[in-house]
Each structure stands twice: as structure tokens, then as C-alpha cells.
Design a binder for this molecule. Structure first.
Ligand code: NAD
Length: 494
């Protein structure tokens, strides 16, 4: 049977993409084609932007309290459909069902946070800015915003932006990742039932061509991009050239520093989840462990490898396994698997010790799936390719440092700075790490320091090429422009 061709959602209607080619969407656990994504061209994107532009005047002047009504309904409907969305997400992306549920929880949390917009978008007034003069700051919606999304969080990453953009009075065009387009297609069907006026939210499927069309369209005010730093740089340049606001959240290589006083039993369990959950394809996944002191290194290596060997690798929708909390599913594609396996070979060639090699992994019943088993390297030196590169798979490198300062230097010298964590019972070193580590999101005895919806999400260095982060109150700054009013009135003439 032919896999279903997905449709765009433009101006409140699901429409076939005309004149576009298409791409097969695979279930990475089985290699089975589950849908086809249309690769929309310029005119399709232009239609979506036109619908968003047409919806803007009425939507931006709708009272804030009315604008959040469809979002309250959306939160409720997402809860109701959670199981169906999660299974779709797992089928196209390959993460475990508990991971998908956590992703949906955070997505809904973002909708709920944006429901506070009538308060969050309030401006400020300074009565008496000068003699008989008041100053006021208004926070106004800007226009049409677009988003270019990555494959690894098909729902949550778009939800870092969409609810806030809409609740603050803007209209929106989303381009999901062409590799995982089914989840947000399903979400669009749900959005369609919320009573949101046509054109406020639009979805256009496609690859880089659609992304380019969105970034260069004169009626788009700003772009939020989440993906690799390589593409993020192009997005930033294009947006500057076309006079647009932009947010660019890029690649990562997150470090876990283990101090000699760390509680190793808890720490090892925590590190395994951080490194191998979502097959290492979270932007907050850790992939470099820095052990401080020889004894810590020896013990961490031994215990971590032992725990890594016990990780269950399976099809995440296998009924016998689907509730497994720490399940290692496939990576996204054959190409990703081949790259990861090549990087493992590179690590061996550059002299690191591969103590657990996940190449050639097989899962019974999933012979055509893209699995890589847990892989651990010891004796890794900073600057080796396996330490420099974002491998985005279940590959972990263990480095050693003699002191806290040496460990910090390794973290700080790295090109990327998305997240970084320290495991210690010492408040002194924890405080130093919070202040000194060059990463945007810091964990203290927390291996995945991904902030909740009310707090900003974003890194630093090459992991973040802009200045306003995702989520929460902070992202509202991206979706509004401030207008500053200075006013006075003279007394009426008698
Ligand atoms: P990617 O950069 O390959 O693709 C991201 C998006 O960009 C897709 O929608 C794709 O269609 C589009 N795109 C690709 N080439 C383009 C081009 N030349 N011009 C315009 N658009 C283009 O990223 P991916 O593989 O989908 O996602 C994984 C990456 O995302 C990893 O590097 C990961 O670290 C990063 N990521 C970062 C965060 C964060 O918060 N910093 C969150 C999630 C993912």
C-alpha cells in the first residue's frame, strides 16, 4: 500500500502541496516507509505567509485574554490525544515511549505557560519620567513569524515558540523537519479544532528549499531556527541579509564533570540516562564525561561501562518493552548510523580506547532498523575528533582531569556550550561551576539540565548564535517589539 502523502495546513485548511516532489518518511526502527512529506516550493510557502499576513491585523488587535482561549483548548485537546501523538512521534523518530510522553508533557507545559500572556505581555509605566511627563513601554506583536525545526524533538521544539508567538498576537508558519513531519501534522489537526482563526497558524512541509523561501520572504518578520550549527550559521546570515529577527539554537557536546566526592551510585544511573536516552540524540544529551582524579576515573569508567552494557536496545513500540524507562531505540536514519559508526572508527584510529563498541548492533525483528549500541571510549584527550565533534548518537567519551580547574578548562575550551553538569556534594565547587562553566544550561547533580517551560532554554558559544533564548517569558521579547511612549498633557485653557 502507498504511504500517505501529508498535506500542508494553510489558512485553516489542509491542502495538497502542488508541483512538489516528496520524501519518504521512515520508521527508523524498521526501515518501513510510513508517510511521504511533500517538499513544498516557494509558492506554497508564499501562500502560507500570505494567509498568516492576512490574519495578522484582526489577530493582533484581539484582546490578549481572547487570544489565549484557543490555547487553553489546545492544552486540553493535547492531553486528550497524548497517547496517539506519542505513538506517532515514536514511530517516526525512534525515541522511547516514556521519552515521547516527557516531550509531550513539556510541549503542553509551554502552551500552559503561554496562557499567562495577558500578564506576561504587560508593558510598564513610569509615572513622572520628567516633570508632568510619563513614560510607558508597550509590548506589541510584530507580524508573521516562521520556524525551522530539527528532527529530534518533533513536538517540543516547535512548542518552545508557537504558543508564545500566537498568544502575543503574531501569526505563524511552521516548517517541521522533513524527517519527522507526522507529529506536527497530527498536532495541526488538533489546532484546527481549537477555534483559532484561519491563518493564525500554518504548517508547510519541506526541506531546505522551503526553509530558504521562509527566511527570505519579505513579509516574514522573524525566524526561530533549531538545528545544527552549520545550518544555523546560514540561517543567521540569511536573516541578517533580509532584515529579519532571528533565533538560532545550534549543536552541542555536553560535558558531565564528576568530582571525587560525587555519589557514584546515583550519578552512574543519571549519566546513563543522559548519555543513552533518545539514542544520544537530545541536544541536552551528554556525550563527554570528565572524571576528576585517577581513582574517580577508574571507578566511573568501570561502573559506567557496566551500566551501559545493561541498557536495553529494542524497537520502542515493542509491546513487551514500550514502558521501559531507559530504552535505547534506533538513530534517525541509515545516514546517521553510518556517520556514527565512522566516528567510532575515527576514535579507534586516533588512539582512544574503545571499551564498548556498539557498531553492527542488531535487534531481532528490526533487521532493517538503524541501531547503534552503547559505545564508550576511555583515554580520550581533549581535541580528539571524537571529543570535538557532535556525534549525535550513543557514543560517550571519558576524559580525565587532575583537578576541578583542569576539568573546567576542558569544558570551557570546547566549541559548543549548550549544557554542562557537575556531580559533587560540595557547594563550593558547585557554585564555582555554575559561575565559571561556559554553557548556557548548568546542572548540579542533574545530568539533563533542560529547563522547565517557564525558564529560558538555550546555550552559549557555537550552540547559540543569537541573543534571545527559547521558551517562557524570555521568548516573548522575540515576539514583541517595545514601543516607548513619552507623554504629557497641558491643562485646558480657562
Ligand atoms: P539540521 O540542521 O540538519 O536541520 C534542521 C532544519 O534545518 C530542518 O528543518 C532542515 O530542513 C533545515 N535545513 C537543512 N539544511 C538547510 C539549509 N541549507 N537552509 C535552510 N534550512 C535547512 O538539524 P537536524 O539534524 O534536524 O537536528 C539535529 C541538530 O539540531 C543537532 O545538531 C542538535 O544539537 C540540534 N538541536 C539543538 C537544540 C538546541 O536547543 N540547541 C535542540 C534540538 C536540536
Amino acid at each position: 500500500m502507498d504511504a500517505k502523502m501529508l498535506r500542508n495546513y494553510i489558512g485553516g485548511r489542509f491542502v495538497e502541496a502542488e508541483r512538489s516532489g516528496s520524501l519518504d518518511v521512515e520508521n527508523p526502527s524498521t526501515g518501513e516507509v510510513i508517510a511521504r512529506t511533500p517538499l513544498s516550493k516557494n509558492d506554497e510557502v508564499a501562500r502560507a505567509v500570505a494567509a498568516a499576513r492576512a490574519a495578522f491585523p484582526a489577530w493582533s488587535t484581539t484582546p490578549a485574554s481572547r487570544r489565549v482561549e484557543p490555547l487553553f483548548r489546545l492544552a486540553h485537546l493535547l492531553h486528550e490525544s497524548e497517547d496517539r501523538i506519542c505513538r506517532t512521534l515514536v514511530e517516526e523518530m525512534g525515541k522511547s515511549l516514556p521519552d515521547a510522553r516527557a516531550e509531550m508533557k513539556r510541549s503542553i507545559e509551554n502552551v500552559e505557560t503561554a496562557c499567562g500572556m495577558p500578564v506576561l505581555q504587560m508593558g510598564e509605566v513610569l509615572v513622572g519620567a520628567a516633570a508632568d511627563i510619563d513614560g510607558a513601554v508597550l509590548r506589541l506583536p510584530v507580524g508573521v513569524f516562521g520556524m525551522i525545526a530539527p528532527f529530534n524533538f518533533p513536538a517540543m521544539v516547535p512548542f518552545w515558540f508557537i504558543p508564545y508567538a500566537i498568544a502575543s498576537g503574531n501569526t505563524y508558519v511552521l516548517k517541521p523537519s522533513e524527517r519527522v513531519p507526522c507529529t506536527m501534522s497530527l498536532v495541526a489537526e488538533i489546532i484546527d479544532r481549537t477555534g483559532l482563526p484561519p491563518g493564525v497558524f500554518n504548517l508547510v512541509h519541506g526541506d531546505r528549499e522551503a526553509a530558504q523561501a521562509l527566511m527570505t520572504h519579505p513579509d516574514v518578520a522573524g525566524i526561530s531556527f533549531v538545528g545544527s550549527t552549520r545550518v544555523g550559521r546560514l540561517v543567521a546570515e540569511t536573516c541578517v541579509k533580509h532584515g529579519k529577527r532571528f533565533q538560532v539554537l545550534g549543536s552541542a557536546k555536553n560535558h558531565l564533570v564528576v568530582m571525587p566526592d560525587a555519589r557514584l551510585d546515583e550519578v552512574v544511573r543519571n549519566m546513563v540516562t543522559s548519555c543513552f536516552g533518545c539514542a544520544g540524540q537530545r541536544c541536552m544529551a551528554s556525550s563527554a564525561i570528565v572524571a576528576v582524579g585517577e581513582e574517580t576515573e577508574r571507578e566511573v569508567t568501570e561502573r559506567f561501562v557496566r551500566a551501559a552494557r545493561e541498557v536495553v536496545m529494542a524497537n520502542p513500540l515493542d509491546p513487551a518493552r514500550e514502558h521501559e524507562e531507559m530504552l535505547l531505540g534506533p538513530v534517525i536514519s541509515a545516514r546517521a548510523r553510518d556517520f556514527i559508526e565512522q566516528m567510532i572508527q575515527t576514535g579507534i584510529d586516533e588512539g582512544a580506547r574503545c571499551i564498548l563498541d556498539g557498531r553492527g548492533a542488531r535487534v531481532a525483528g528490526c533487521e532493517r532498523g538503524y541501531f547503534v549500541g552503547p559505545t564508550v571510549f576511555a583515554g580520550v584527550r581533549p581535541g580528539m575528533a571524537i571529543h570535538r565533534t557532535e556525534i549525535f548518537g550513543p557514543v560517550v567519551v571519558i576524559l580525565s582531569a587532575r583537578t576541578y580547574e583542569e576539568a573546567l578548562a576542558i569544558v570551557n575550551a570546547h566549541e559548543y556550550g549548550n549544557g554542562a553538569s557537575i556531580y559533587t556534594q560540595s557547594g563550593y565547587f558547585a557554585r564555582r561551576f555554575k559561575l565559571e562553566a561556559r554553557a548556557g544550561m548548568i546542572g548540579v547533580n542533574v545530568g539533563i539540565p533542560a529547563p522547565v517551560a517557564a525558564l529560558p532554554f538555550g546555550g552559549t558559544k557555537a550552540s547559540f548564535l543569537s541573543d534571545i533564548k527559547a521558551q517562557g517569558e524570555e521568548v516573548i521579547r522575540f515576539f514583541t517589539e517595545t514601543k516607548i511612549v513619552t507623554e504629557r498633557f497641558w491643562p485646558e485653557r480657562a
